[in-house]
Design a protein around this ligand. Structure first.
Ligand SMILES: C[S@@+](CC[C@H](N)C(=O)[O-])C[C@H]1O[C@@H](n2cnc3c(N)ncnc32)[C@H](O)[C@@H]1O
Length: 207
């Protein structure tokens, strides 16, 4: 994957806390209302452009904390870089990399090992790491939440629109999309509705 080496894989645990606040106070309550009526208690999430795993692990830890008993979640974490995915699959992070994880979560969901920390197996088991180029259809469907943060910023306008169109196809009716703070769907012809919550802005697929 030498041709992907130039791409930024910069990431960190609990990046953009406001997104996690919106997840807790808006997205998850909305999804629970919607899915309960269908008798479906599993929330499907895609962390697209997950880099070395900090994003999907943050989501997994956070949902483990906030979801009521009987609710389950599963996360697909994809990236084009095999090197980054290998780090994610390993679940080991150095002392400097774990900055951003609140102490209480660190104690509860990671083990201190030589030179750093290892994510607990039950958190790792919630995530499936997958090599995927967002310029092609993942063929996966029915995601309730897609996180694609700080990824489309590297694409030109046409490629951004194509990727967002493919997310639409991969997402369930009544689902939610988080993009990065410096990214926008403004000016793009998409079906997504812009939602401004008390905590953060995001996009919603209604139908
Ligand atoms: C800056 S990181 C963002 C990581 C994480 N989403 C975050 O916000 O912390 C961007 C990631 O997008 C990945 N990426 C870039 N182009 C991609 C593509 N066409 N398909 C899949 N992943 C891609 C890179 O390999 C990199 O890991």
């Amino acid at each position: 994957m030498a041709d992907t080496e130039f791409l930024s894989n910069l990431t960190r645990f609990f990046r953009n806390q406001a997104h996690f606040d919106a997840l807790e106070h808006f997205v998850i309550p909305e999804l629970m209302k919607i899915k309960q009526t269908m008798g479906n208690t599993t929330i499907k999430i895609w962390s697209a452009g997950c880099s070395t795993g900090e994003e999907p692990y943050s989501i997994a830890i956070f949902l483990s904390e906030i979801l009521p008993p009987l609710w389950k979640f599963e996360i697909v974490a994809s990236d084009i870089s095999l090197k980054s995915l290998a780090v994610g699959k390993e679940g080991f992070y150095s002392d400097t990399q774990i900055v951003g994880i609140p102490d209480s979560y660190l104690k509860k969901y990671l083990d201190k090992v030589d030179g750093g920390y290892r994510v607990h197996a039950d958190i790792m088991s919630k995530i499936r790491f997958d090599c995927h180029n967002l310029q092609t259809d993942s063929l996966q469907r029915n995601f309730d939440i897609v996180f694609c943060r700080n990824v489309i910023i590297y694409f030109d306008e046409a490629a951004q629109a194509a990727v967002i169109g493919r997310f639409w196809e991969s997402m369930a009716a009544k689902s939610f999309l988080f993009i990065g703070n410096s990214e926008t769907l403004f000016g793009m012809n998409t079906g997504f509705e812009f939602v401004k919550t008390e905590w953060a802005t995001l996009y919603r697929k209604f139908t």
